[in-house]
Design a protein around this ligand. Sequence first.
Ligand SMILES: NC(=O)c1ccc[n+]([C@@H]2O[C@H](COP(=O)([O-])OP(=O)(O)OC[C@H]3O[C@@H](n4cnc5c(N)ncnc54)[C@H](OP(=O)(O)O)[C@@H]3O)[C@@H](O)[C@H]2O)c1
Length: 258
Amino acid sequence: MNLSNHSETYTLVTGASSGIGKEIARELAKRGHHLVLTARSEEKLQELAAEWNTLYKIHVHIVSLDLTEKNAAESIYMWCKQRNITIDAIINNAGAGLFGEFHTLNLDDQLNIIALNINSLVGITHYFIPDLEQLEKGYILNVASIAALYPLPYYSVYGATKAFVLSFSEALRHELRHSNITVSCLCPGDTNTDFFRNARNTNIKKSLMPPEQVAKAAVDALYRNTPVVFPGNMKLISMIPRLLLKKIISRRVSKYNL
Ligand SMILES: NC(=O)c1ccc[n+]([C@@H]2O[C@H](COP(=O)([O-])OP(=O)(O)OC[C@H]3O[C@@H](n4cnc5c(N)ncnc54)[C@H](OP(=O)(O)O)[C@@H]3O)[C@@H](O)[C@H]2O)c1
């Protein structure tokens, strides 16, 4: 049965408590979309829900949970099902990195990066696709990174997870090309968020993209059905041949303070 999308459909945004996810959620709120926001920081989500509910007259639900937990994707799906909340768009944004030499970083911390950046994204996508198929239109946007295009020394696990996200998104887009579901992938460059502090990286560039700019590019891409979006001047970087890009990156990382 095909259900028409109606005003009571919601967009699920993971990692909505800060940075790019928060700004994507704000951009969606401004455009009148109802939201289900997830992250671990319950208080931050509550504040955003209250603010946007008043400012934009939208419904905002929050689900506070740790996406590295094994059953996190199923929990979010069941949470929505039990409340009859119809999700028509998914923004798989939550993600984190760890900076340093692979062999000196804690193994569990790095496995948690994989659980967050890959397992939860794959799990959420898998749970929700059958429900999206029941709607007139369904949307998925996965947040990768410009780092999906090249190996990233000192962020080796992080970079590899983002290569996974880009590859997975493009493959899924192809599989669903005759369906009602579109799949887009966002590949931002360095953006002014808590990402670097959380990754314990003190080598922060001076020119960082504002998360609001990245968010606008993301939401435009989602509704214009853009396959892969490189916000700002990342489009130019994405066109550099891979071998040259690897050389540029290795020169850049050689200046890092470890
Ligand atoms: N900033 C950049 O330069 C950049 C560049 C390219 C791609 N990206 C990607 O953009 C996405 C957003 O990152 P950001 O830059 O906005 O960083 P951020 O400000 O640190 O935001 C990360 C978000 O993910 C949530 N999160 C982290 N760990 C979680 C966990 N275990 N369970 C549930 N939620 C969790 C955080 O919320 P809680 O802490 O409240 O849980 C937060 O809302 C990530 O996928 C990142 O890889 C960032």
